[in-house]
Design a protein around this ligand. Structure first.
Ligand code: CUA
Length: 376
């Protein structure tokens, strides 16, 4: 392992907040040493100094000392507050992705990482990113808990079934860095890893150009919305509109029938697709059927990206906005138009299976099985 960090034995520092994490860690180590050594020394000194010199001696009575007690309360208080502040600063930096971040979608499954760039390129167990750019990962999983961990970037976050979590970083040095799954997730957990390739911007542009992008998440989402799932038949403006209007809602407050107000974020959109009855927008009837089991996590990510794009939110990508008034085919939402062409429930990976293409028909063929060569 490369260890050109200024703290001995630490992994390489390759992100903007790596030094902050190391500094905090180093500070904790120093405090631990600073307390451990004097305590051990004093223990041994007292062994000798106050050993029992003759049987049944009584010790001198002590009546306390306000000054001493104040000192040993205030000093640890100050030290613990510095640890708290340091931790809070690092936490705040790591969990507030800058708004100009380049977005990458991540879906974990037993036992592989699937990445998709907002320009459409897909990768498995590899992630190519440009150096010096803010990169935000929006992550979920098809099956169990996983955890994205990139030691050189000093960052990790759980990937949770049924939820979106985010992670961001800004890589400072071109290179190849380990990516791990840091949450025990079954038989091949230890093999669920890969590499993050940090490239100069122009190398990254070349890489992007050299990889077939297929549909971008926004385009894939638009296709699902208008054709495959038939969402447009209710959510499109006009006479047949029975569902809430989706243009411009992303990031704004939405009033619900139960009087609550929620922010229409990724999580809200996802939940509205899977549990439509749970958060109904004021003024609409609870008529939307659930799409649970009909859409894969990757399709959900695309739908969210598309609905975001209706609010002009393309997260710093260069893709073109979808047409403002998409043409609509099909009339009412009948049983048949509801049926997704691939409406089977997402199959779960079996223990015995090698990682296969999974449930997503749009996924590229696997680019090779995850190997165990990157084992720790
Ligand atoms: Cu996925 Cu451990």
């Amino acid at each position: 392992m490369q260890t050109n960090s200024w703290v001995p034995l630490f992994p390489e520092q390759a992100s903007t907040f790596a030094w902050q994490v190391d500094a905090l860690y180093f500070y904790l180590i120093l405090i631990s040493i600073g307390f451990t050594i004097p305590i051990v020394v004093v223990i041994f000194f007292f062994f000798v100094r106050y050993r029992e010199k003759e049987k049944f001696m009584t010790g001198a009575e002590i009546h306390g000392s306000i000054a001493l007690e104040t000192v040993w309360s205030i000093i640890p208080f100050i030290i613990s507050m510095t640890i708290f502040l340091g931790g809070a600063i690092v936490y705040y930096n790591q969990y507030n992705p800058p708004t100009d971040s380049m977005e990458v979608y991540v879906v974990g499954k037993q036992w592989m990482w699937k990445f998709q760039h907002s320009t459409g390129q897909r990768e498995i167990n590899e992630l190519h990113i440009p150096v010096g750019r803010n990169v935000k990962l929006t992550m979920t999983t098809e099956d169990v808990l996983h955890d994205v961990y990139i030691p050189a970037f000093r960052t990790k976050a759980d990937v949770i079934p049924g939820r979106y979590t985010t992670l961001w970083f800004n890589a400072t040095k071109p290179g190849k860095y380990h990516l791990y799954c840091a949450e025990y997730c079954g038989l091949n957990h230890s093999g669920m890893g890969g590499y993050v390739y940090v490239m100069e911007q122009r190398d990254f542009d070349n890489w992007l150009a050299g990889n077939e992008s297929g549909q971008t998440p926004v385009q894939a989402g638009q296709d699902l919305f208008q054709n495959k799932l038939g969402c447009a038949s209710c959510h499109e403006g006009g006479a047949s509109q029975r569902g809430a209007k989706l243009e411009g809602i992303y990031g704004h407050e939405v009033k619900l029938t139960n009087g609550q107000t929620v922010i229409a974020d990724d999580e809200y959109i996802r939940n509205s697709i899977l549990n439509p009855g749970s958060q109904i927008v004021e003024g609409y009837q609870p008529i939307m059927p659930t799409f649970k089991g009909q859409v894969t996590e990757e399709q959900l990510v695309s739908l969210v990206a598309y609905i975001k794009s209706l609010s002009g939110n393309t997260s710093g990508t260069t893709m073109t906005k979808p047409a403002a008034t998409p043409t609509m085919t099909g009339g009412t939402m009948t049983g048949s138009s509801m049926t997704n062409s691939n409406s089977t429930t997402a199959p779960r990976a079996n223990r015995g299976d090698t990682n296969s293409q999974g449930s997503n028909p749009n996924a590229p063929p696997p680019t090779g099985e995850p190997t165990n060569q990157q084992q720790r």
